[in-house]
Ligand binder design. Sequence first.
Ligand code: NOJ
Ligand code: CA
Length: 561
Amino acid sequence: MTRVRITYTSDMWWKTAVIYCLDVETFLDWNDDGIGDLAGLAQRLDYLADLGVTCVWLMPFFPTPDRDDGYDIIDFYGVDHRLGSVGDLVEVIRTAKDRGMRVIADLVVNHTSDQHPWFQSARSSPDSPFRDFYVWADEPPQDAQAEPVFPDQESSVWTYDEKAGQYYLHRFYKHQPDLNVSNPKVRDEVAKILGYWLQLGLSGFRVDAVPFFVETLGVQNADEAVPDPHLNLRHLRAFLSRRSGEAILLGEVNLPHADQLKFFGGPDGDELHMQFDFIGMQALYLSLARADARPLIKALQDRPRPSADVQWAGFVRNHDELTLDKLSDSERQEVFAAFGPEAEMQVYGRGLIRRLPPMLGGDPRRIRMVYSLLFCLPGTPVLFYGEEIGMGENLSAGSRLAVRTPMQWAAEENAGFSRASAAKLPGQIPTGAYGSEFVNVASQQTDPDSLLNFITLLTRTYRHCPELGWGSFEVLSQPHRAVLAHRCTWDDGSLVAVHNLGRDGVAVPLDLGELEPGTTLVDLLEGWSITPDDNGKCELTLEGYGYSWLRVNTPTTRRLR
Ligand code: NOJ
Ligand code: CA
């Protein structure tokens, strides 16, 4: 029997990582100017390590006019002065590594800010050396089917620039002109940016808007200039891996699974190492709304499993709207009705701007069941800051800002985030049931039954179950629509997990097939065990919204339970 292949698995650390996304600006303000900063983050790295985080994903920290929360960059080589300096960032990376955590950051190279010197030069003259860094047209192409990503803000992906005397392409806001990836000079600049940050210690990147970065919309003679747009991504990946063997590209690709497959590259995975599973996430919400696991099961079963060299990243919420764009209109309406019926909770006609706990009516059993699922579905789990303590949203902040409020550290003024006056904060902390007097880190740290301690248990247990990151996945048949029972197996380890999405208790018959004599099923979260009969059959009783992670413990298994 083979044992865990330690060398190989530690090279591919990201297959079993616990990733935590945060925005420095909203995490902790250390110099009391009201804005979160790198010095504040440095103070909380031990908190993240205790939580079981192994990889911190920093949202954009670069110099920015901040008209899209930092996704509008004016200098790819700097740190915005409000957050600190490049030196402060290096200290964060260094300290994180000391605590066993890697740091990755957003790579936003589909576009720049219109204030970026490249665009300022490009628009000033057709002869500018940077003119071809962007995509220009005398008239917006008529055949363009392209829709702007923010339809309530922009009516077209083409905007006329008086100074340039031409239209320029922008998939997102008009202040974010798209870079022209058919230009080899742009590709060289992108590689240089990667190389720079790897040299300073980053372990990779969350790559923003990958399909738009790869596409050649509006590029003249695109077929000749870029016969295979994915080649650019492959070259970038090769460059990254030459510079750093541990570095990853975790891509934002919100496309149907079959289309996502291309972004992993060839059979050995030579493009993105990981992609977020937007389809699985949307199916999860439909399943929750219906108390019917089948949409989620279908999404998981249909999800390609290309090779062991790539990975899916699961998430429940991120910093954007909870997009439901890949559901049918009627499915989306079902989720809206269940979790965000008011117009002020919805955005762009496709998404919700709420965090999970308020959507689930604050029901702790249901919230825990969802996070239990996040951690024990196959793949790498990604948390968004504040999820571990059950933070709510601030609807009055509006749109995507509703979930980007300051981290709630304590039941203090400004939630312990800053000692500046509240008016100087980057967002208003929610009041009421999700205010900091009820939801904060300090009180949950000392409460053994808190969500924070539960999520810590999940991260620890996930780390003890490499079959979740590495293994095969199978859905176990059982009779309840509300239940998902699945099994992940890898090397000598096998884990069975059962989740009840319904409010009523159920008795779930499990058939595990042939088992080694003496096998028991040990619940990893609570410690009890059951023994299947000689045919591998047993029955598991779950309460409403109950869940169980069962280690298949054979007499020869050496796994820590
Ligand atoms: C995707 C990011 O997640 C989002 O926050 C941003 O506005 C767009 N890309 C544009 O960079
Ligand atoms: Ca500050």
